[in-house]
Design a binder for this molecule. Structure first.
Ligand SMILES: C[S@@+](CC[C@H](N)C(=O)[O-])C[C@H]1O[C@@H](n2cnc3c(N)ncnc32)[C@H](O)[C@@H]1O
Ligand SMILES: [Zn+2]
Ligand SMILES: [Zn+2]
Ligand SMILES: [Zn+2]
Length: 734
C-alpha cells in the first residue's frame, strides 16, 4: 500500500534530479513536447509501493511484471503515469480531451523499427539538404570557407518612424553574447551593425569599424522607442500594420575547418551573400504552391490574443519565408511516404520541430542557444528573434549535433526516446556517481503476444473524461495529474502544432477531425471561453465520480496537485468528497524546477502534493489530526523525510505541504453527511469553513519552528513532541 510503503525521501531525491534533466532520466519525453510533465520516477515509486513488495528502494531497480493489473489516467497529457504503468506490465487506459495528447501518447507507446526510422529520417534530411541546404551556408570570416554552416540567424524587429518614415530597429539592448560561453562579450554597434568583442560591457569603448560609441542598453523599452533620426517617441507594437517585420542582424555559425584551433563561438555580421541567400529562399517560397502550410487564423484566447496585439492574424505569419519553405518541403516528403508508424513518427517530428522553426524563438545570449516557443507557457513576443538551421549541423569529428532546433536534433532525440522505450533504465546515485541501471524485461509499448494473448493491453481515448464511462469496478488504480485551474492553456498552445499536423495526417477516422484542439469541456479556467471556477469544479467532480465508479472498491485514486493558493484546492476537495472518496495520504514530491528558487529563499514552491484517496479501507490514527498542532506534527514528519532524502525546501514548500494535510483532513472530517447534490457554492463554503476550523496555514505555522526569513537550508524541529497519537498498528476503518 502506498500509505505504508511509499518512501518520501527516496522518491523526492530522485524526482528532483529527474526534473533537473528530465531527458536523461526519462528520454521518452522527447517524442514530443507536452506541458507540465510530472516526474516518471514519482509514478514508478507510487505503482511499486502499491503493487510491489518489499522496500521501495530495493524494488525500484528491479524488473517487475504486474500483469493483470489495470491502471487508468483520465488526464493523460504527455502520458507519464500511463507509460510507467505500461512499462511495469499493467493494462493501461488513458484519456485526454486534447487530440495532440492522444497522438503523442500513441507514438510513445507504438512499436517502431528504429533502423528503418533512422533510414527514413536520413532520406528526409538529405532530400531537404539538396533543396534548401545552400540557404544555410555562410562564408567563414576567419578562413573564407564558403561552406560554413549557419547555426542561428538573429533578427531584430523594425518599424518605420511615424514622423519621418525612417526604419527603426527595436533593440532592447545590444548584447549578442555574454562571456559565459564565449571568451568575450559581443556588442552590436548601433550605428553600423558591426559585432564588437569587448572585455567590459559596462565601458565598451568604440566600434572597431565606424568608431561610434558602443552601448549595452537599447532604446526600445516597455512599448516605446525613440527615432534615432528625428527624435520622435514611437510606440509599439502596431497591430494595424500587420505582422512584425524583422531585419537580420547577426549570424552564429560553425566552421569545421577553423573549429579545432578556435576558442569560443563563431559570430558574424551578415554579409551580402547571407542576405542574398535569404532573398533567394524568399523567391523560391513565393514561386511554389503551398499545400501543407496552415492558412488558419489564430483565434482569440487568454494566451493567443497576445499575438493579435502584435499584428499576427494567422499561423503562417509566425514563420519567415525560409522557414515556411523548409517546413512545406518537409511536409511534402513526409506526405509521400507509405502509411505506417514511420510516417507517423516523422510527422510528429515535424510538429515538434515547429517550436524551434518560427519567428517567436528567442536567443539566449548567455547559453548561446535558441529558446523555443514553448520555453514558457505562453506566447511572449520578443524583440530579438532566433532562426535555427532547419537541417541541424553535425560535427563530423565529434559525431555530435552542433546547435539546436534542426531536423538532426529532433531525429536524434526521437531515436533516443524510442530506444529507451525498448530498453528502459533507471539512474542510481552511488558515492557521487551516476550509474545507469538497465531494467531487463521491462519495456514501454504493446505486449509481445505469446499464443496470441496480449499480456498488457493499451486503450487510449480522446474525449472529455467527464464523458468517460468505463465498466464498473474494473480498475485496480487511477494515477493522474489533473489540470490545475488556469495554470496552462493546453489547447491554445498546442494548436500552434496541431494546425500543421492535422494537414499532414488528417484521415476520415483520425483524431484530427476538428480544426482546433480548443474544447469547451477542457478543465482549465479560461476567460476568453468563459470557463470559470464552477466549470472547473463541476468537471473535476464528474471525472472523479466516473473514475471512482470504475475503480474496484478500496483501490487507490492517486493524483498530484500544486498551487500556491489554498483556494485553488477547494474544488479538488469537493471533487474528492462528491466521489465518496477519503483521502488517506498526502505526500510531498518535487515537481517544477525553478533554478533560483532554492537560492533566494522565496515563498514559491516546487512541491507537488500527491493525494492518495480510497472509497473504503483503513487509515492509521497517526495520519489523522483535528488541531493545528496535530497538522504541524505531520508536516514536520514529512519535512524530516525530505531531509533524509537530502531535499532542501523553502517556506513556500512547507506551506504547500501544509495545504495538502489541511485538504486531506478537511475531507476526513466532512466525509460523513456530505451531500454531493448540494449547491456548489455551499459545498465550497463548507470546505473553506473546515479548513479554517483546522487552523489554516496561519495557525499551523505557529506550531512549526518556522522562521519566515530562514534560508532554505533551515533545519526544522518540532516545537513539542506529540504523544496523543497511536502507533504503527493503530488503524481506523472508513
Ligand atoms: C497536467 S496535464 C497532464 C500531464 C501529464 N501527467 C504529463 O506528465 O505529461 C493535464 C491534462 O488534462 C487534460 N484535460 C483537460 N481537461 C480535460 C478533460 N475534460 N478531459 C480529459 N482531459 C482533460 C489536458 O489536455 C492536459 O493534457
Ligand atoms: Zn573557417
Ligand atoms: Zn560601428
Ligand atoms: Zn523619425
Amino acid at each position: 500500500m502506498i500509505e505504508k510503503h511509499f518512501d518520501i525521501g527516496f522518491i523526492a531525491n530522485l524526482a528532483l534530479r529527474e526534473k533537473q534533466i528530465q531527458q536523461n532520466y526519462r528520454p521518452v519525453i522527447a517524442v514530443h513536447k507536452w506541458f507540465a510533465r510530472r516526474p516518471g520516477t514519482l509514478f514508478r515509486g507510487l505503482l511499486l509501493s502499491e503493487f510491489g513488495s518489499g522496500e521501495l528502494e530495493n524494488q525500484y531497480y528491479e524488473p517487475h511484471n504486474l500483469t493483470g493489473i489495470t491502471i487508468a489516467d483520465p488526464f493523460m497529457g504527455g502520458g507519464t503515469p500511463i507509460l510507467e504503468a505500461n512499462r511495469l506490465g499493467c493494462n493501461v487506459i488513458g484519456c485526454d480531451i486534447n487530440p495532440m495528447a492522444y497522438w503523442i501518447v500513441e507514438r510513445e507507446l507504438a512499436s517502431i523499427d528504429l533502423e528503418a526510422y533512422r533510414n527514413a529520417a536520413n532520406n528526409l534530411v538529405e532530400d531537404l539538404r539538396q533543396k534548401v541546404g545552400s540557404y544555410y551556408s555562410t562564408r567563414c570570416t576567419i578562413c573564407g570557407n564558403e561552406a560554413a554552416q549557419v547555426k542561428y540567424f538573429l533578427w531584430i524587429k523594425t518599424l518605420p518612424c511615424e514622423e519621418c518614415g525612417e526604419n527603426m530597429d527595436l533593440f532592447p539592448g545590444f548584447t549578442l553574447s555574454t562571456n559565459n560561453r564565449h571568451p568575450f562579450h559581443i556588442l552590436i554597434c548601433s550605428s553600423c551593425g558591426e559585432l564588437n568583442e569587448v572585455v567590459n560591457p559596462k565601458s565598451p569603448g568604440i566600434c572597431k569599424t565606424c568608431s561610434s560609441t558602443l552601448h549595452q542598453e537599447g532604446k526600445a523599452r516597455t512599448g516605446r522607442t525613440t527615432c534615432h533620426h528625428c527624435g520622435k517617441v514611437n510606440r509599439y507594437p502596431r497591430p494595424n500594420g500587420g505582422a512584425p517585420v524583422h531585419r537580420m542582424i547577426a549570424i552564429e555559425y560553425f566552421c569545421p575547418q577553423c573549429k579545432p584551433g578556435h576558442q569560443g563561438r563563431f559570430f558574424k555580421k551578415p554579409d551580402e551573400m547571407d542576405l542574398l541567400n535569404y532573398d533567394q529562399a524568399h523567391d523560391r517560397w513565393n514561386s511554389i504552391q503551398c499545400r501543407f502550410v496552415p492558412s488558419e487564423d489564430i483565434p482569440s484566447g487568454d494566451e493567443s490574443t497576445r499575438l493579435h496585439r502584435w499584428g499576427y492574424r494567422n499561423y503562417q505569419e509566425l514563420f519567415n519565408p525560409r522557414q515556411l519553405l523548409g517546413l512545406e518541403l518537409s511536409c511534402r516528403h513526409i506526405a509521400s511516404l507509405p502509411e505506417g508508424e514511420i510516417k507517423a513518427a516523422l510527422a510528429t517530428n515535424l510538429s515538434d520541430l515547429l517550436r524551434y522553426q518560427n519567428m517567436l524563438c528567442r536567443y539566449d545570449t548567455s547559453a548561446l542557444k535558441s529558446l523555443d516557443i514553448f520555453s514558457v507557457h505562453g506566447f511572449p513576443v520578443g524583440l530579438m528573434q532566433c532562426e535555427s538551421n532547419i537541417l541541424g549541423i553535425i560535427d563530423e569529428i565529434k559525431g555530435t549535433n552542433v546547435g539546436s532546433g534542426g531536423w538532426n536534433n529532433i531525429v536524434e532525440k526521437y531515436t533516443r526516446a524510442k530506444a529507451y522505450c525498448q530498453q528502459p533504465f533507471e539512474i542510481k546515485h552511488h558515492k557521487g556517481k551516476k550509474i545507469q541501471v538497465k531494467i531487463a524485461d521491462e519495456w514501454i509499448g504493446p505486449s509481445v503476444k505469446s499464443n496470441g494473448v496480449p499480456t498488457k493491453s493499451i486503450q487510449l481515448y480522446c474525449t472529455s473524461s467527464t464523458e468517460l464511462d468505463l465498466p464498473q469496478a474494473s480498475l485496480d488504480a487511477v494515477f493522474t495529474d489533473p489540470p490545475y485551474f488556469g495554470n496552462v492553456q493546453y489547447a491554445e498552445l498546442m494548436d500552434f502544432c496541431y494546425v500543421w499536423l492535422r494537414r499532414l495526417m488528417l484521415t476520415d477516422q483520425s483524431v484530427f477531425r476538428q480544426n482546433s484542439t480548443r474544447d469547451m469541456d477542457e478543465l482549465t479556467g479560461n476567460t476568453t471561453m468563459e470557463r470559470g471556477l464552477m466549470h472547473f469544479l463541476e468537471g473535476m467532480s464528474k471525472v472523479f465520480q466516473n473514475m471512482t465508479r470504475a475503480l474496484k472498491p478500496g483501490s487507490p485514486f492517486v493524483f498530484t496537485y500544486h498551487h500556491n493558493d489554498i483556494n485553488a484546492y477547494i474544488p479538488i476537495a469537493v471533487a474528492i468528497l462528491d466521489a465518496g472518496l477519503v483521502c488517506t495520504a498526502s505526500l510531498p514530491c518535487p515537481a517544477e524546477m525553478g533554478a533560483s528558487i532554492h537560492i533566494n529563499g522565496t515563498g514559491s514552491s516546487i512541491m507537488d502534493t500527491v493525494f492518495v484517496c480510497r472509497s473504503t479501507g483503513i487509515v492509521n490514527r497517526r495520519a489523522i489530526a483535528s488541531t493545528p498542532k496535530g497538522i504541524a506534527r505531520m508536516v514536520l514528519e514529512d519535512l524530516q523525510q525530505m531531509e533524509n532524502g537530502g531535499i532542501k525546501y523553502t517556506l513556500g514548500d512547507v506551506r504547500c505541504i501544509t495545504y495538502g494535510h489541511l485538504i486531506r483532513m478537511s475531507v476526513w472530517h466532512l466525509r460523513g453527511g456530505w451531500n454531493k447534490d448540494a449547491n456548489t457554492d455551499a459545498k465550497m463554503a463548507k470546505v473553506a469553513k473546515q479548513i479554517d476550523a483546522l487552523g489554516s496555514w496561519q495557525q499551523v505555522k505557529e506550531h512549526l519552528s518556522v522562521d519566515i526569513s530562514a534560508p532554505a537550508t533551515q533545519s526544522w524541529v518540532a516545537m513539542e513532541e506529540s504523544v496523543e497519537y497511536g502507533g504503527k498498528h493503530d488503524d481506523i476503518a472508513f
